[in-house]
Design a protein around this ligand. Sequence first.
Ligand code: PLP
Length: 392
Amino acid sequence: MIYLDNNASTKLDAEVAAAMAEAADLFGNPSSIHAEGRMARRRIEEARDEVARLIGASSEEIFFTSGGTESNALALFGAAGQTQAPGRLVRTAAEHPSVVEAMDRLAAREGFESVVVAPRPSGVLDPDELLAAIAADTRLVSVMAANNEYGALYPVADLAPQAHARGALFHTDAVQAAGRIPVDIHAWQVDLASFSAHKMHGPKGVGALYVRRGLPLQAHTPGGGQEKKLRAGTENTAGIVGFGCAARLARERLNGEAASIAARRDRLERGLCERIPGVRLVGAGASRLPNTSAVLFEGVRGETLIIRLDLEGIAVSTGSACSSGTLLPSPAIRSLGLSREQAGSVVRFSLSRSTTDSELTRVLEALPGIVARARQVASDGAIEAVEELARR
Ligand code: PLP
C-alpha cells in the first residue's frame, strides 16, 4: 500500500509501539500512591515533559486529553465558560469541524456570536481581515496553525498578540502543525493550543491541550482531580507514554525531515501538473505544511479517483466530508471560492517521513490513465443523459 493520507492519520512508529507495549504493564492507577501507581505516574510525567519540549512549553501547561477534538472542545467551551457574559467568537473558515461545531453550539445555546473570516482563494489568510473582525466584546479568536485539507499555514504568532491587544483570548488548533513544522508556543503567545498524537506517528485517542500558565479554564467533565481538575478521568497511561515517545521522535527528526518531504511533495505536484491536463493546486499560494497537497482534477469526482487509486494500492482522500450519510464538499475548501462541483473534484495527498521517491513515481505513472478513464466515463455518462432526455 502506498499511503498518502497522513493528514487523516499516521502509521504508529515502531519505537512508539514498543514504548506502549512496555507501558501496557503499568496497570496501576496513576493517582494511587502505592509503587504501582507511582510507576505509571512517573511515565506520564515524563511524557508530559516530552510533549512540552516539542512545543517549547512548560510541562505544567500541558493537559492530556483524548485527542485533537476534545482539546478543541475543552479550549472553546472552557474559555467561554469563564466569561462574565457571552460575546463574539472569531474563527477562520478553514477550521476543523471540531472547532466549527463547538462555536456553532456556543452561538446557538449560549448566546455567543460566531464570526467567520475566509482565507483568500490563494489560501492566504489576510491578517487585517481577521483583526477587523475582532470587536470590543470578542472573547476568543481561534485560528488553526496549519490547515488539514490544503496545508496552509496561518500567521498565529502575528495574530495572537494583536488579538490580546483587543482584549480577546487566542486559541490555535495545532494538530496538523506539531511534528511537521517547528512550534514555539511561547513565541507564538497563544493562550490555548490543541495537539493530537496520531498525526505524528503516535497512537489514536490521545492528545493534549496547552493552557498558558495561570489562564483560568472551566472544566467540562465533572469527576476526579486528574489533570489538575481540568480533565477528570483515569489517564490512558500507555497512550500517553506513546504520545511522549512520538513527540520526542518528532522533535529529534523534524529539522532533518521537513525539507526532504517538501521536495517530494513538490515533485509530485510538478509531475501531476505536467502529465495531466486540467489540474490545479488548491490553496498553494500560501506558505504550506511540507507534506500536504490538495489537487483539483477538473471534470472528475474526487471519490471516483480515490476508489480507482485504492484499487491500485494507493491511499489518498477527498476534500469531502461524510455528513448524515452523504458526501458534502468541504466547507473549508469551498471557502476558497471553489464551486460545489470543483470542491468535489479535489483530492488530498499527504506525505510522511516514510514516503519514498519510488512510491511517488508509481503514483505519477498511475494517475494520468486513471484520470483519463474517469473523465471518459463521466463524459459518456453525460452524453447518455442528453440522449435519454432527447428520447423523452
Ligand atoms: N484538528 C485538525 C486540524 C485535524 O486535522 C483533526 C483531525 O483530523 C482534529 C483537529 C481532530 O483530532 P483527533 O482526530 O485527534 O480528534
